[in-house]
Write a new protein. Structure first.
Length: 132
């Protein structure tokens, strides 16, 4: 069954702490080679995208199992990046970047924020008011 989350439960789900941890790991290193730069850009892209979803998604359309599934996929990214941080073995970094494809598939089932600007904000406010 589908049980939606309130905003507090959504934002406090452990998935977001894992995303933030991965972001910090990535910030702690500077890529040197072209291969590292490509992997960093791919990883930064998924981090930025995921953090944007956290801040813009209609929470009532997300259930806990969606977040748990995303976290399970994200753990592979985080684990490889942690290994890279410890060893500087580029294969861990490229493996983390490769896992982005799987993560995008998991996030593809999430509702997407459509539109931006004042009209989108008005529509969002109207939806939230109607669901209270």
């Amino acid at each position: 069954s589908f049980t939606s989350l309130d905003r507090a439960a959504f934002k406090s789900h452990p998935f977001w702490a894992t995303v933030d941890s991965t972001a910090t790991l990535l910030e702690d290193h500077s890529p040197a080679s072209a291969e590292e730069i490509d992997a960093y850009e791919r990883l930064q892209g998924i981090i930025d995208y995921t953090q944007t979803l956290r801040d813009s998604i209609t929470v009532e359309l997300v259930c806990s199992s969606m977040l748990t599934n995303a976290q399970n996929h994200w753990n592979a990214i985080d684990s490889n990046l942690t290994q890279y941080s410890a060893s500087k073995n580029i294969s861990y970094l490229t493996s983390a970047a490769t896992q982005v494809d799987t993560m995008l598939q998991a996030l593809g089932s999430w509702p997407q924020a459509i539109g931006a600007g004042p009209r989108a904000a008005q529509a969002q406010a109207a939806f939230e008011a109607s669901s209270e």
